[in-house]
Design a protein around this ligand. Structure first.
Ligand SMILES: Nc1ncnc2c1ncn2[C@@H]1O[C@H](COP(=O)(O)OP(=O)(O)OP(=O)(O)O)[C@@H](O)[C@H]1O
Length: 460
């Protein structure tokens, strides 16, 4: 209350605005709040409000800066907290997380790289400061209120080509900045793309593809060039835990998230900046159709598919996607890194530079009216709109993939076949190799993730 008294003593009653008093009150209330999280005890300069994310070794909180210099520029921030004890415990239990941030030196490396690259690029999450206490490391960064692009893919099932261009171009600009500083990210995935939200504008007539279930497809709304679509505005690249400054030298450290890892990495060959371009290809593919290019429950089969570049533009999901978009994906998912797009080539790609919302909208509208007539009668529409997106994170996370292999070994095949109600599966019906796109997604994994999301929301 002293601050309020001071304010009144400086100004006369009439000139003190309600807003000024409210702001001070809010500040005082926040300071007095009882800490809800154990991570708060050693952290004096920030008030943790709620958990906004979690990684293999960290928890990320939305927080209010109490230090006025930081509060001047940031009403809220994101504090990534890495607990030192958890880190060592996990390190011993999960040797599958090789290459992830583990030691103090690696945390400091993440910090120094993030610091180095976050200025002068609008598409990289801004670094604010680093703190270390007895129990934790704290990496303070700008808060991206929208959350992960991953969740938006799950929400809308896939993105329109306009929205894909909007997102992937911004990722491209972030990567150009990184690569120009000799830094390779090595973990490009939709979970590491965060965004600032914009107001959602519904479409008068929602656009549908023939693979959509009209009862459940959430429309992404109006796309506004250079502003965004859905509720996705500015997109920024996050998580520099696997980044490495390599300059001209090639690197051989295994890293990344299995499904998005480049062939030269899974084959243990020397690799370069081009691994990020493979990641861009995987993200673009996933945004365009709603499921990832490489998918398999068995890690060795998945690895084999990646190393051979075995992916397809599956029917019917890819039928309405333009040739330009497919060409761009092909140039990125090129097994030979020498033939793969580099960042400059990607940013000059004709499809990427062809904003044509009107034309696309008309085409979609025309196709929509024919959509149901063309739907093959044997295709179960309830399985078309990708449940794969919901399971993507699990499917691509190294530790989860390894866990699944273990579970699979334990599980008797017959029992698992009898658990029909627990398995969501679909097999495409074209002449292509079925194994390429047979997805068997364990619904319990989906349920677990949904529960986890509910807990996160409840904590907010
Ligand atoms: N600046 C931010 N603003 C908002 N949310 C964030 C921010 N940084 C991270 N998050 C959320 O926290 C999650 C985990 O953060 P991050 O990826 O940095 O942690 P990690 O431990 O390195 O994760 P991983 O296991 O993927 O390596 C992100 O996927 C995102 O949902």
């Amino acid at each position: 209350m002293n601050k309020i008294k001071a304010l009144f003593s400086k100004k006369d009653m009439e000139t003190v605005s309600v807003k000024e008093v409210d702001e001070i009150r809010q500040e005082e209330v926040i300071k007095e709040m009882v800490p809800r999280f154990k991570e708060q005890f050693e952290l004096n300069d920030y008030k943790l409000l709620c958990k906004v994310g979690e990684g293999a070794f960290s928890k990320v909180y939305k927080a209010v800066p109490l230090n006025t210099t930081i509060a001047k520029n940031h009403k809220h921030v994101a504090v990534k907290i890495i607990n030192k004890d958890n880190l060592h415990e996990k390190e011993q239990k999960e040797d599958s997380n090789v290459g992830k941030t583990t030691t103090r030196q690696q945390v400091l490396k993440e910090v120094s790289i993030h610091k180095l690259i976050s200025s002068n690029c609008e598409n990289i999450v801004q670094f604010i400061e680093f703190k270390e206490t007895r129990s934790n490391y704290y990496i303070v960064q700008e808060l991206l209120d929208g959350g992960e692009i991953f969740n938006e893919i799950v929400k809308y099932t896939y993105f329109s080509e306009d929205l894909c261009r909007h997102v992937i171009r911004q990722l491209g600009l972030a990567i150009r900045h990184l690569h120009s500083m000799g830094v390779v990210h090595r973990d490009i995935k939709p979970e590491n793309l965060l965004f600032n939200p914009i107001a959602y504008q519904p479409n008068e007539t929602p656009k549908l593809r023939k693979s959509d279930d009209p009862n459940t497809k959430v429309d992404e709304g109006v796309f506004i060039p250079h502003v965004g679509g859905g509720s996705i505005g500015i997109v920024k690249l996050a998580d520099f835990g696997l980044s490495k400054q390599i300059f001209q030298t090639n690197t051989m450290t295994p890293c990344g998230t299995v499904g998005y890892t480049a062939p030269e990495v899974v084959k243990d060959e020397n690799y370069s900046m081009k691994v990020d371009m493979w990641g861009v290809g995987c993200v673009l593919y996933t945004m365009l159709c709603g499921f990832p290019p490489f998918f398999d429950d068995k890690i060795d089969v998945l690895t084999e598919k990646i190393s051979k570049g075995q992916y397809t533009f599956l029917k019917p999901w890819w039928d309405e996607i333009s040739d330009g978009a497919k060409r761009c994906v092909r140039k990125l998912l090129e097994v030979d890194p020498h033939r793969r797009y580099d960042i400059e080539q990607f940013l000059q790609d004709p499809w990427l530079n062809s904003f044509d919302c009107e034309k696309v909208a008309q085409q979609v509208q025309r196709k929509k009216s024919r959509a149901h007539a063309r739907m093959p009668p044997h295709v179960d529409t309830s399985l078309l709109y990708s449940p794969a997106a919901v399971a993507m994170r699990d499917a691509f996370d190294i530790s989860n993939a390894v866990q699944r292999i273990e579970q699979e070994k334990k599980r008797n095949l017959l029992t698992s076949l009898n658990e029909d109600s627990e398995l969501l599966g679909f097999t495409a019906t074209t002449g292509l190799d079925d194994r390429m796109f047979q997805l068997r997604l364990n619904s319990s994994t989906i349920v677990k993730r949904r529960k986890h999301k509910q807990e996160l929301l409840a904590n907010k």
